[in-house]
Ligand binder design. Structure first.
Ligand code: ZN
Length: 489
């Protein structure tokens, strides 16, 4: 017997064989069992998740000699011909190559004839969105009044490109990307049948690489068997496809989140020197950050997709930053990924992206500024995450917040300045500004504080930033926002 690729050899033959699409098979089984069949079905989903397989199983259910049945026998002529793709009653059309009006006109002609053997004449149009608008319109005429013996099954990866008039005449089913754990399990099932030893970590690495597509995962397994024979380890998978191990992706993320720039860059260099695919690593990094986002929103949502030890790491990393920060990081890396696609020096873009991301983690966001201001207002002590130089107690501040009063202190020598600032118009301006920043109302109070040094006095020692540094309010602000004084001229 000639060699058959796994995707064909292990193509699901019944609704129960379908991997990861229980919501679709359940509904279709019910429809067949209760004989509530639509004229047209539309299967939507990314490539390799089982659209064509589902369509063929539905066709067998309808045309099996024992049917319509939810468990087609798989042995009668009809079942066998459909499975082999050569049934006269199941006409498979590739929308990408048969998209002219002529093709659809011919289809309309043929639709009128009764099925040869089966109960129904079933038109299976793959990539239906590729049909030209004229072909769509021609098809629509048939869809409006199809003969009783005709069923249409459309499949598409891009439903937004299918005309609304077609969509409205179909029962739509959305097939999902398949969870990595389910793919890994299916690969183990194949490995067992084929007498192949597949390390669990290897199965998982393939599943991650296939990004939810079962067919891709099966093709990868084909390739690995060709390269490695009957024993496949995680390293084989990583080497053959240039993937980075999940552990490395997790490490890299940890270094970025802990703002260890040199260590993160080192790890990147190691991966590049080991010949790892930089685009792949970037997309793995983004995928992990996305997992973190999901984990923060709903910790148990990833049970199907990640292994238990990764779950633990996710929990630890999720502690390190807020959802807003995480969203920002995902945005930044996604933009970098876009730039990398066309860049000859992908590593450089990757490095810059890591450095920028770590820098942005060190900056205060507007939300944090507002939160800290309101903490000040409420008289709570301000918690510090990064900077150890917190001002606790210390010298009296020259500005502060008491209740709803925003108090600004002035040295006796600066009384003139205080009076200028104290005009009604200026106070009003300050209050509006504070309101905009914090969202609450304030009343600005200006007072003379004997203990404060005058700012009007000419700088006698050190440079200007040094003088600022001595100011308790500035010190506090520096501590609060983990800031630095920058010399301005
Ligand atoms: Zn049958």
């Amino acid at each position: 017997m000639s060699y058959e690729v796994f995707a064909r050899k292990y193509r699901p033959q019944t609704f129960d064989d379908l991997v990861g699409q229980a919501h679709v098979s359940r509904t279709l089984k019910n429809a067949v069992a209760q004989n509530r069949l639509a004229h047209a079905y539309l299967f939507v989903g990314p490539r390799g998740v089982g659209k064509t397989s589902t369509a063929r199983i539905l066709a067998k259910s309808l045309n099996c000699v024992k049917g319509p049945t939810v468990t087609p026998c798989g042995e009668c002529d009809n079942c066998r011909e459909i499975a082999g793709g050569n049934s006269l009653d199941v006409i498979e059309i590739d929308g990408a190559s048969n998209n002219s009006v002529e093709d659809v006109r011919q289809l309309r002609e043929n639709v009128r004839y009764a099925p040869a053997k089966g109960r129904y004449k079933i038109y299976l149009i793959d990539e239906v969105h590729m049909l030209s608008p004229a072909a769509f319109n021609a098809l629509l005429k048939t869809l409006e009044e199809p003969p009783e013996h005709v069923k249409f099954i459309f499949a598409t990866t891009e439903p937004q490109k299918v005309l609304p008039t077609i969509l409205s005449r179909c029962q739509r089913f959305d097939l999902h990307r398949i969870a990595a754990n389910l793919i890994a399990k299916h690969l183990q099932f194949i490995a067992e049948k084929e007498n192949i030893t597949l390390e669990p970590a290897a199965a998982h690495a393939i599943a991650r690489g296939a990004e939810g597509g079962l067919r891709d995962a099966e093709s990868m397994l084909d390739q690995l068997v060709a390269f490695c024979g009957e024993k496949i380890s995680e390293n084989d998978v990583l080497d053959v496809f240039g993937f980075t191990s999940e552990q490395t992706v997790v490490d890299l993320t940890g270094r970025i989140l802990r703002r260890e720039t040199p260590d993160a860059i080192d790890l990147l260099h190691q991966q590049s020197e080991a010949g790892k695919d930089m685009m792949r690593l970037m997309s793995d990094l983004i995928a992990y950050l996305r997992d973190l986002l999901v984990f923060k929103a709903k910790p148990d949502a990833l049970k199907e997709d990640v292994e238990a030890d990764v779950q633990t790491l996710l929990a630890a990393h999720a502690e390190l930053l807020t959802t807003d920060r995480l969203l920002e990081l995902v945005d930044q890396f996604a933009a970098a990924e876009g730039r990398m696609k066309w860049a000859p020096n992908k590593m450089l873009h990757f490095e810059v992206a890591i450095i920028k991301a770590i820098q942005s983690l060190g900056q205060a966001t507007l939300d944090e500024v507002i939160e800290k201001l309101s903490q000040l207002r409420d008289g709570k002590s301000v918690s510090q995450k990064q900077s150890p130089s917190v001002v606790t107690g210390g010298p009296p501040a020259s500005g502060g917040i008491e209740g709803r009063n925003f108090q600004l202190g002035f040295a006796p020598g600066d009384k003139a300045m205080m009076e200028i600032l104290g005009t009604q118009a200026n106070r009003k301006f300050l209050e509006t500004l504070l309101h905009e920043i914090t969202g609450t109302d304030w009343s600005v109070k200006l007072t003379v504080r004997e203990e404060l040094p005058s700012k009007q006095a000419p700088p006698s020692e050190g440079s200007r930033p040094e003088n600022f540094k001595g100011d308790p309010l500035i010190e506090e602000a520096i501590g609060l926002f983990n800031a630095q004084i920058v010399q301005e001229s």
